[in-house]
Design a protein around this ligand. Structure first.
Ligand SMILES: NC(=O)C1=CN([C@@H]2O[C@H](COP(=O)(O)OP(=O)(O)OC[C@H]3O[C@@H](n4cnc5c(N)ncnc54)[C@H](OP(=O)(O)O)[C@@H]3O)[C@@H](O)[C@H]2O)C=CC1
Ligand SMILES: CCCCCC/C=C/C(=O)O
Length: 502
């Protein structure tokens, strides 16, 4: 399917027709915050205020959790036949498809994602994720244990209960869907707190859920401050499980909130500092070069799996660096409404300030800047936008702050090594373990080295490839549990043994 709107002029005109949600969704109804609070939604495209967002207080949060609790304890959702849940979820998917263009534009406005990526990548992922988990809802079977004699033991999975979902702004629709869709498919009810930067796409999706007939209280969405609503959900005694994507620092806080409250299950998908290793026998060096550049500049580098450490064998380092610098010229930031733009702004001015601080520190630490390192002013009418140059540092020390800390911006660190053992040592020299890339030709080398990489996903001769059938999540301080695939269902179910004397 192709994008229905084609040119930057058409998209710009279309952006003015968007009708933004005015209320949050609690217990099946749109409503304002009880204290009538609102905050401004500012687009990083040009720095303008787009609309006002209803902003939840702790009282609204209590209402939402109570609604989700009632819907779980007494409502039809966990009790209906899985095939009925499937039909309702598929009706919701049909509305997402119908509203794809509007949702893509809202996303592009909220966090500056290039419209081609918003429509072509993120909306596709959103729709496919809900469809996949809707379809799986009536295909999971339970187990009977072979205990023998006159006994019968059932091993069943039951929905865990009320699930809080707290998500970031970089892939706000995809990352939320990876949690909300499996939770709802197994019969849980959900309270979603979207990121401050991307509240209204989340509310719009909840409006569509109501339109599709998802019962009241099953899916509640609360825009609100992380330190109030996120923390409040983490501490709430009415929440049985909490699924989070975001920074390692806040992930750690969620484990503390759980320990201080009801030991709710906490599932974390956190930061990354992924290594992308290129060895001299890479089957297609040009593809490795192009993918290395695309990987770090896609979504302006705001991606937990961004291949931010490029680890090069010395024999090909010069050629790859030259290639990556040439490729970086294709990622000059541009208007996110232009379908040809490959890299839009950062998600906010404050994010841009943080990226600049990482760059300044790297310069002070003696890292060599090969290109970029500055903000960009695209001129009127986009002067207020949060644009930043594609940036590459070379000869980066593997222990430096730049090589160890997640920048979450279009900033690549290139590290040159003498041999493959050193490449693996450098790759594993990180608190994170979300993903890694390996470009090599020999089959036995690929198998040997990919086993040695301490990461939840290892991409070989590719990067950022995926499918809903494969799990996604991290080793070490990149988190626990897995999104996507059948394995995600484990996070939203409790396992029960029923042992029967016949
Ligand atoms: N794994 C990933 O994909 C992501 C990693 N990050 C990393 O985190 C860094 C900071 O980005 P940021 O957006 O601030 O990420 P955060 O981890 O702060 O935010 C993610 C979510 O957590 C909420 N939150 C914030 N503070 C608290 C708190 N004290 N208690 C409970 N919930 C909270 C946020 O709400 P609110 O938006 O209202 O603050 C948001 O919904 C990035 O530079 C990047 O390194 C960020 C986003 C995604
Ligand atoms: C459709 C591809 C979206 C992949 C998003 C993966 C990002 C994860 C993260 O940043 O946490």
């Amino acid at each position: 399917m192709n994008m229905p709107v084609k040119t930057v002029q058409e998209w710009t005109k279309y952006s003015t027709t968007i009708s933004w949600p005015k209320a949050m969704i609690i217990d099946g109804k749109p409503r304002a915050a009880r204290d009538d609070s609102y905050v401004a939604l500012v687009t990083p495209r040009d720095g303008s205020t787009v609309t006002q967002v209803p902003y939840a207080s702790a009282t609204d949060m209590d209402d939402a959790v109570a609604a989700a609790r009632r819907a779980f304890d007494d409502g039809p959702w966990p009790r209906m036949a899985p095939k009925e849940r499937k039909e309702l979820l598929l009706a919701w998917v049909a509305l997402m498809e119908l509203n794809r263009t509007e949702l893509a534009m809202m996303l592009s406005i909220e966090m500056g994602k290039p419209i081609s990526d918003a429509w072509g990548i993120e909306l596709r992922a959103l729709i496919n994720t809900y469809k996949w988990y809707a379809e799986i809802a009536d295909k999971e079977l339970d187990e009977i244990s072979n205990v023998g004699g006159d006994d019968l033991a059932l091993i069943t999975r039951e929905p865990v209960g009320v699930v809080a979902v707290v998500t970031p702004w970089n892939f706000p629709l995809t990352l939320s869907a990876w949690k909300i869709a499996p939770a709802l498919a197994v019969g849980c009810t959900v309270v979603h707190k979207p990121a401050d930067l991307t509240p209204l796409t989340a509310v719009r999706i909840a409006e569509l859920a109501l339109e599709a007939g998802i019962p009241a209280g099953v899916f509640n969405v609360l825009p609100g401050r992380g330190s109030v609503i996120g923390k409040g959900l983490g501490l709430h005694l009415g929440v049985d499980s909490l699924a989070f994507t975001g920074s390692t620092e806040v992930g750690r806080a969620y484990m503390e909130y759980a320990a201080q409250s009801n030991l709710k299950r906490v599932w974390l998908e956190l930061g990354g500092k992924s290594a992308n290793i290129i060895l001299p026998d890479a089957p297609n060096l040009q593809e490795a070069i192009d993918t290395a550049a695309w990987g770090i500049f896609f979504n302006s580098g705001q991606m937990c799996t961004a291949p931010s450490r490029l680890i090069l064998h010395k024999d090909i380092a010069e050629e790859v660096i030259a290639g990556v610098l040439a490729a970086s010229r294709n990622f000059q930031p541009g208007d996110p409404f232009d379908p040809d733009t490959q890299m839009g702004p950062l998600a906010s001015m404050s994010r841009r300030g943080e990226v600049q601080a990482h760059v300044d520190r790297a310069l002070a630490d003696g890292s060599t800047l090969a290109t970029g390192g500055h903000s960009v002013d695209l001129g009127a009418p986009l002067t207020g936008g949060a644009y930043y140059e594609p940036t590459v540092f070379v000869d980066v020390h593997p222990d430096s702050a730049l090589a160890q800390e997640e920048v979450f911006g279009p900033v690549l660190s290139v590290i040159t090594v003498d041999n493959e053992d050193e490449a693996i040592r450098v790759a594993n020299n990180s608190d994170y373990g979300l993903a890694a890339g390996l470009w090599a030709g020999s089959v036995s080398r690929v198998h040997k080295l990919s086993r040695q990489l301490r990461a939840g996903t290892v991409w070989v001769n590719c990067y950022e490839e995926g499918d809903l059938t494969v799990p996604f999540g991290g080793f070490k301080m990149s988190g626990n549990g897995r999104d996507k695939s059948r394995h995600a269902l484990d996070k939203y179910t409790e396992m029960k043994t029923t042992y029967i004397k016949l």
